[in-house]
Design a protein around this ligand. Structure first.
Ligand SMILES: Cc1cc2nc3c(=O)[nH]c(=O)nc-3n(C[C@H](O)[C@H](O)[C@H](O)COP(=O)(O)OP(=O)(O)OC[C@H]3O[C@@H](n4cnc5c(N)ncnc54)[C@H](O)[C@@H]3O)c2cc1C
Length: 347
């Protein structure tokens, strides 16, 4: 029986593990991670399904992974328990002070349209351009436990431990899928990984039914954004920041002040919303998402040449939730290419 290890238990590792088993339940899949929900970056993410902070990842791949994830989540949103899993659809209103190009994914979402002058006039100044569309929201704190149950239900195993080096998995598994998020920096020495520090607040404001993003050039150049993203349970995620190359996981009072000021300028009633939590996470950014095969060669303790077949799937920046299922499908294709080649070699 073929055996696969998936390193990483955030949304990328979990979805890859589920996808492999759904393709062929005979494969023995073991997920290895030292942190699981609710303690991963994927748990604190705002849950908006929209491409964001993907640097130079080729557009055709962004579009493919986004649309495949949307299709999967649309199926998910039609489940009877979608309410409990807090997946839902809402309208997003985006505006900016500049005249910019329309998003390259506008044909992949429903209801895309430009904001009218009348709508722009009602927004705080300056608001010179904007659009709206509908999309889905998921919440990692509910979605990931459901992925874990789905994985276990398919016969997958979970081992909670730290992997110090991928080499230690050689000889134990036919293929290793590498999904460590930002920690690819240490695990595979990928120094192109860039921690993009994001701080958000969760407030209780069940009267907010739509999502708002205000992108002001001067603020964005300082890594400061303004977004208001309602969740299905009455909570609203307010953001935020996007500071590159910043590893600081402490909540900053200055960022909290910026978030409250910017969001309540857009919707004044947020000033009275109860703050439930302030949270900081590091987006695992990279010049491009790394989704590819590699045959790693190394020497074991006895100096013998060893190889390890690895499928990398990491570096999803601010879009891990948005891209997870499309990337899991491609990673699964690569795993089965490796396994098929292994079978041929044995014949
Ligand atoms: C403030 C903020 C808001 C965001 N909002 C959104 C949003 O609205 N929409 C969106 O699409 N994305 C959003 N993101 C981005 C999203 O959170 C990430 O892209 C996503 O979580 C990356 O998932 P991951 O599985 O790669 O990493 P993680 O969730 O960080 O998981 C990494 C996993 O690997 C394991 N691991 C790593 N190294 C090792 C090792 N050596 N041994 C064992 N285990 C290891 C960890 O324990 C963990 O299980 C946001 C991010 C932030 C910070």
């Amino acid at each position: 029986m073929a055996s696969v290890a998936v390193v990483g238990g955030g949304i990328i590792g979990l979805s890859s593990a589920v996808c492999i088993l759904e393709r062929d339940p005979r494969v023995k899949v073991t997920l290895i991670a030292d942190k699981l929900t609710p303690n991963t970056t994927s748990d604190g993410a705002a849950g908006l399904i929209m491409p964001f902070v993907l640097e130079s990842t080729p557009l055709h791949l962004q579009r493919k992974w986004f649309s495949e994830t949307m299709k999967e989540l649309e199926k998910f949103s039609r489940r009877e328990d979608a309410g409990e899993l807090t997946v839902y659809t809402t309208t997003v209103f985006f505006h900016t002070d500049e005249i910019i190009e329309e998003p390259p994914w506008k044909d992949l979402v429903d209801g895309y349209r430009l904001l009218s002058q009348n709508e722009l006039d009602k927004l705080p100044k300056p608001a010179n351009f904007g659009y709206s569309f509908t999309t889905l929201f998921i919440n990692g704190r509910y979605y990931q436990p459901w992925l874990i149950e789905r994985f276990k239900g398919l016969g997958g195993d979970i081992v909670k431990r730290t992997v110090d080096s991928l080499d230690e998995l050689a000889g134990l598994y036919d293929v290793v899928v590498n999904c460590p998020g930002l920690r690819a920096r240490e695990l595979v020495n990928d120094l192109s990984m860039d921690p993009v520090r994001g701080q958000v607040l969760r407030v209780y404001a069940p009267w907010i039914k739509h999502a708002y993003i205000r992108d002001i050039k001067d603020l964005a150049s300082q890594g400061r954004y303004c977004y208001i993203l309602p969740q299905a349970n009455g909570e609203v995620v307010l953001g935020g920041t996007g500071y590159h190359n910043n590893f600081d996981l402490r909540v900053s009072a200055d960022d909290t002040r910026h978030i409250l000021e910017a969001t309540s300028q857009l919707i004044p009633s947020l000033k009275r919303a109860r703050v439930l939590e302030a949270w900081v996470g590091l987006r695992p950014a990279r010049p491009t998402v790394r989704l590819e095969k590699e045959v790693k060669k190394f020497k074991d303790k006895l100096g013998k040449e060893r190889t390890l077949k690895v499928v990398h799937n990491y570096g999803h920046g601010g879009s891990g939730l948005t891209m997870h299922w499309g990337c899991a499908m491609d990673a699964t294709d690569l795993v089965f290419q490796f396994l098929a080649r292994g079978q041929k070699a044995k014949l």
